[in-house]
Design a protein around this ligand. Structure first.
Ligand SMILES: [Zn+2]
Length: 165
């Protein structure tokens, strides 16, 4: 995915979801507006914000920005996918939701001493973050995210059907 984002401090849960769906996302709750704008400019990142004032400053400076006025992540994700012209977001275990580091596939043997047995026996795919070393597996959280992505897809389809090209 070529597009890279920087997300304002109000949108932390969206930032984590975008990473789970494979996007490169910077999110730092300690950044003030000026930090965020500078970083966006230097890294050529699209700004995702729910702050109208920040959005307008970004546009004035010629930065790529998207104002998200929805109050839930499903609709926010729909807005982002529409902006990118994508039909949906897809689960790709490629980025750590906590730190944006890359996930690498690890074998059951490698992690068997780090996770409880009921998890290592129940699941077959495991991932480790290269940066913070957190472990992930396709558990119940994964199923919730699949449902999330299905809802996003349904909403995108409904919008497309209302506005056929
Ligand atoms: Zn990490």
């Amino acid at each position: 995915m070529n597009v890279r984002f920087i997300v304002d401090s109000m949108l932390g849960s969206l930032a984590r979801k975008l990473r789970i769906f494979g996007f490169d996302v910077i999110y730092n709750a300690n950044y003030n507006d000026e930090h965020l704008l500078k970083r966006a400019e230097n890294d050529k990142r699209m700004i995702l914000t729910s702050d109208k004032g920040l959005f307008q400053i970004a546009l004035k400076r010629g930065l790529d920005a998207l104002l998200l006025t929805d109050n839930n992540d499903e609709d926010r994700m729909v807005s982002v996918m529409l902006k990118l012209g994508l039909e949906n977001c897809y689960l790709t275990p490629s980025r750590c939701p906590i730190c944006n580091g890359f996930l690498i596939k690890v074998s059951r043997d490698e992690i068997s001493k780090d996770l409880p047995k009921n998890i290592t026996l129940r699941y077959s795919e495991f991932y480790k973050c290269e940066s913070c070393e957190k472990l992930y597996w396709e558990g119940s959280h994964w199923r919730k995210l699949k449902i999330f992505s299905e809802h996003v897809e349904q909403k995108l389809r409904a919008i497309k059907n209302k506005n056929p090209e």
